[in-house]
Design a protein around this ligand. Structure first.
Ligand SMILES: NC(=O)c1ccc[n+]([C@@H]2O[C@H](COP(=O)([O-])OP(=O)(O)OC[C@H]3O[C@@H](n4cnc5c(N)ncnc54)[C@H](OP(=O)(O)O)[C@@H]3O)[C@@H](O)[C@H]2O)c1
Length: 335
């Protein structure tokens, strides 16, 4: 728990802050908002504690705490949300004003299933965050912000996606259940299948951000008087992060050693730079009334054409709710 040396005013949950973009975002956010209580929510206790210690020593914040959250487990997401509800309700943690869904996995060495029976990329990147956001809707306070992460292919295929051999997202979203429990697991080319699953999960993040915006608006929560917003962010290409950990030695060398040298190019960024931009989207005044948008670095931009299909946004939400066994529509509980 936080020390009492500093008095926190608001809290924010950040998933995936142990490394890469999440760490960069947490650091920039604390520097810009020293009175915010930052909750690092991640699955590996050692790595999360280490990140928290590093953040405290680099920022001087005593308001950075950790909480166990394994997005690959629906049970873990429920336990995290229940504990957070209790801590907020008891005043242990100040009111929740932002949820930043950064954590992600990219599996290229074969199909992995979670204990719940879902393919792990879809489970962590989409379903875990979907459930988390729904369970925290009843505690988010105005002005509040939800931020999701786009990624390779969810904006369309650019130069770097092609150069790195990334696959585009699936566009056959007719059978949404099949994205979570794939029928074809032959894994003839696990790297291609894996990068396609990653891109598809990122497209699901975009669709979810847009659908949440609609739901917040129809509940009257995304109005100028009481803005609770939902946006999706792209950090650009950030080589050197942990995202390539499942790749072979060659790709890891390229990702960790060669590509960072390309940061002189505007399209190639460091986790610190993109983390700074993301923190601005989470707490900065420029984005107070911006909702239902895709922010590419600092600019509002466009995502994959499929992401604007409102019927698909709604169906994905409903299907995801059924998959994670969400009872009723939690949007109705926001007060
Ligand atoms: N790097 C890029 O070029 C790029 C480009 C576009 C978008 N993005 C997006 O940016 C975000 C951050 O990626 P990154 O590049 O910074 O990757 P990263 O360094 O690998 O960060 C991923 C984070 O997710 C956490 N995580 C993984 N599985 C988890 C689970 N089951 N439960 C909870 N947390 C889990 C990791 O924790 P551990 O380290 O403890 O496992 C880590 O903190 C992702 O959403 C990614 O899709 C990245």
């Amino acid at each position: 728990m936080a020390s009492t040396q500093q008095k926190a005013s608001r809290s924010v949950v950040i998933t995936g802050a142990t490394s890469g973009l999440g760490f960069g975002c947490a650091k920039a956010l604390i520097r810009a908002n020293p009175s915010w209580h930052v909750i690092l929510a991640s699955h590996n206790e050692q790595r999360t504690d280490k990140a928290a210690r590093k953040l405290r020593s680099e920022t001087g914040s005593t308001l950075t705490t950790t909480m166990q959250l394994d997005l690959a487990s629906l049970d873990s997401v429920h336990r995290f949300a229940n504990r957070l509800h209790q801590d907020i309700d008891s005043g242990e943690i100040p009111p929740l004003h932002a949820v930043v869904c950064i954590a992600a996995t990219l599996q290229v060495s074969g199909t992995v299933y979670t204990d719940d029976g879902f393919e792990i990329t879809y489970a962590v990147n989409h379903l875990g965050h979907f459930l988390l956001v729904n369970l925290l809707l009843s505690r988010i306070r105005s002005p509040g912000r939800f931020v999701f992460l786009a990624g390779a292919g969810s904006q369309g295929m650019g130069f770097w996606e092609h150069a790195l051999g990334m696959s585009p997202p699936r566009t056959d979203f007719e059978n949404l259940r099949e994205l979570a429990v794939p029928e074809d697991t032959s894994d003839t080319d696990p790297s291609k299948v894996g990068s396609q699953r990653y891109a598809t999960s990122k497209l699901a993040n975009v669709l979810t951000a847009y659908e949440l915006d609609h739901r917040l608006r129809s509940a009257g929560l995304s109005s100028p008087d009481a803005p609770i917003t939902s946006n999706v962010f792209s950090p650009g290409l950030m080589p050197g992060t942990g995202l390539a950990r499942d790749y072979g030695q060659m790709m890891k060398f390229l990702w960790n050693t060669v590509l960072p040298a390309f940061r002189v190019l505007p399209a190639v960024r460091s986790p610190a730079e993109s983390g700074h931009d993301l923190a601005r989207l989470v707490t900065g005044p420029d984005f107070e009334n911006v909702s239902g948008q895709f922010i590419d670095g600092r600019e509002i931009s466009h995502t994959h054409p499929m992401s604007y299909d409102e019927k698909l946004q709604r169906t994905l939400w409903e299907e995801s709710a059924a998959l994670v066994d969400l009872n009723g529509d939690n949007i109705g509980n926001v007060d």
